[in-house]
Structures are given as C-alpha cells and as structure tokens.
Design a protein around this ligand. Structure first.
Ligand code: C2E
Ligand code: MG
Ligand code: MG
Ligand code: MG
Length: 280
C-alpha cells in the first residue's frame, strides 16, 4: 500500500512493517514535533476571478515535510492528528497562519481577498470551531467576512452535528463553502442547511472539461444552480488553458487550479500579491 501511494509518501495507517499502534504513536510524536519546529506549514493557492488573472481569494492548504518520509498528504496529517489527540492543536495552528495571512492582506491593501481554510466534518463535529475561529478573529481585529470555511459533506456524520456551528459562523459573516461538490452526497437541501454561500465544483468534473460533453453538462448544471440559489461557484482543478476557456464560456465566476497557480509558501506569494496590489 505504501508503494502505490507514491515515492516519498508514507501512509499513517500502513501496518505492513509495524503495528498500527506503533505507527500511530510515532506519527503522533512526529506531528507534535512538526507543530513546534516548523516542519508543518500552511501554503496558499490563489483563486481567481473569471478572467483568470485577478486574485479573488486564497485557499490555505496544510503541508508537512517529514524528515524521513517526505511530503505527507493532508488527509494523513489530519488522521495523524486525530489519532494523537492533536486535532485542536492542528486546527489552531492553521487558523493562526490563516489569520496572519488575513492581516498581511490588509497591510497590502487587499482586504477583498478572502482566505479560505478547510475544516473536515469530523473536526467540525468534535471541536467548537465556531467559537475558536470567531474569538481569534476578534482578538486580531479581523473581520469575519475575510474568512471562508470549506467543508465537505460526509453523510455518515449527519448534518445536524455541524449545522449549528456553521450557522453561527455564517451569521457572524464567515462564508461557508461546500467543497468537492458534485462527487459526494451533497444534496440540494444540505446547501441550505449548511448555510453555504459558495460551491466548489470538484476537480473531477473540471479537469478535462473542454473535451467532455458530459462534464460540460454537469458543470453547466452546477452553475445554473448557483445562479438560482444566489451562490458563488468556483471551479477547482483547472489544469489547462482549454479548460479555463471552456469555463469562461460557461460563465464560471471563479477559477482555481495548477494552470493558474499552484499552492505555494508565503515567500512565493509575495510577488503575486504585489501585482494584485498594483492592479487593485
Ligand atoms: P481540497 O480542499 O479540495 O483542496 C484542493 C486540492 O487539490 C489540494 O490538494 C490542491 O493542491 C489540489 N489542486 C489544486 N489545483 C489542482 C489542479 O489543477 N490539479 C490537481 N490535480 N490538483 C489540484 P491537497 O493540498 O493535497 O489537499 C487535499 C485535500 O486535503 C483538500 O482538498 C482538503 O480536503 C484536505 N486539506 C488540505 N489542507 C487541509 C487542512 O488544513 N485542514 C483540513 N481539514 N483538510 C485539509
Ligand atoms: Mg478545499
Ligand atoms: Mg475541493
Ligand atoms: Mg478534495
């Protein structure tokens, strides 16, 4: 299993070599070290307006370069945190970086650029994410409207558990985005229940769009839904100029993907943001 996950990747749950318990203990220990020593970081991927050149937002994505195992996929980081009882520490770490970015954007004169962070339904269910986030924003004098929370729906958990928190966030002005839309179980009703203001079309429907009649029809349907319900729509996974062109023709208002900008560390974002400032 470790091999099929690719070079330089290890699976937290791979029990081929060691017992699961040992693996969990090690990954938990490694993660708490990484939280302290800078091996864990938050990168940002730009989200652009329809034209593909004006920055409308940034998505925060957690990164961990393990000293022995190389880059650990975000899903494994979240799982390692859960196993080690570090879920809240990890959430707070990421929130801190996100708020730092929001403050920087204000310094740069780019307050309209929103910063999105991913919160798993499990984190949302387990932690008082609403209270933690709103308190932090207030302490840093940052407006809730500058923050977005991206969440995927996992029906197994039940929407009720997370609904109240999302409603509180939304009512405070934080935008809720339903991530990976179009592949999961997200129902039309859940968009309302979760107070979503934004839909992010899963990249499986976006990548290769220009050559696929099926994908075009589905993306068009999501765009129509967005217009009808007054929701913003973002297409993620835009990997080619052709796909960008197809999205522009369909009228997709926001785009994100490798063709436009990869996730990058803060240091690499600086030049992109100064261009955005010059254009603002
Ligand atoms: P997501 O929220 O749907 O994030 C988008 C993922 O697609 C990111 O992968 C990003 O690097 C990748 N991506 C962006 N543009 C393209 C593209 O054009 N082509 C392709 N093939 N991929 C593209 P990443 O960073 O590996 O994250 C994977 C998932 O892990 C995320 O999916 C999100 O659900 C989760 N995740 C990432 N960071 C965090 C975090 O801080 N907290 C939580 N709870 N989950 C996170
Ligand atoms: Mg996301
Ligand atoms: Mg997504
Ligand atoms: Mg995803």
């Amino acid at each position: 299993a470790a091999k099929s996950a690719g070079r330089n990747r290890y699976r937290v749950f791979d029990a081929d070599l060691r017992s699961q318990r040992e693996m969990r203990r090690d990954s938990g220990r490694d993660l708490s070290k990484a939280l302290a020593d800078g091996a864990l970081s938050v990168w940002f991927q730009p989200i652009f307006n329809r034209d593909g050149s004006t920055i409308a937002g940034l998505e925060a994505l957690v990164r961990w370069r393990h000293p022995q195992h190389g880059w650990i996929p975000p899903g494994d980081i979240i799982a390692a945190a859960a196993n080690a009882g570090l879920t809240e520490s990890l959430l707070r770490f990421i929130l801190e970086r996100v708020c730092g970015m929001m403050a920087l954007l204000r310094e740069l004169g780019l307050p309209h650029v929103r910063v999105a962070m991913n919160v798993s339904p499990r984190e949302m269910a387990q932690l008082p994410v609403d209270a933690i986030a709103l308190k932090r924003l207030e302490a840093m004098a940052l407006p809730p409207s500058g923050l977005e929370i991206e969440i995927t729906e996992e029906t197994a958990l039940g929407i009720e558990v997370i609904q109240d928190k999302l409603v509180r966030l939304a009512e405070a002005g934080v935008r809720v985005a339903l991530d990976d839309f179009g592949v999961g179980y997200a129902s039309l009703a859940s968009l309302r229940q979760l107070h979503a203001g934004r839909i992010k079309i899963d990249r499986s429907l976006v990548t290769g769009l220009s050559g696929s009649r099926d994908k075009s029809v589905m993306v068009q349907a999501v765009l129509n839904l967005g217009v009808s319900l007054g929701l913003e729509v973002v297409a993620e996974g835009v990997e080619t100029a052709d796909d960008l062109g197809a999205l522009q023709e369909l009228g997709c208002p926001f785009v994100q993907g490798y063709h436009l900008g990869r996730p990058m560390p803060l240091s690499d974002l600086t030049s992109l943001l100064s261009v955005a400032r010059a254009a603002a």
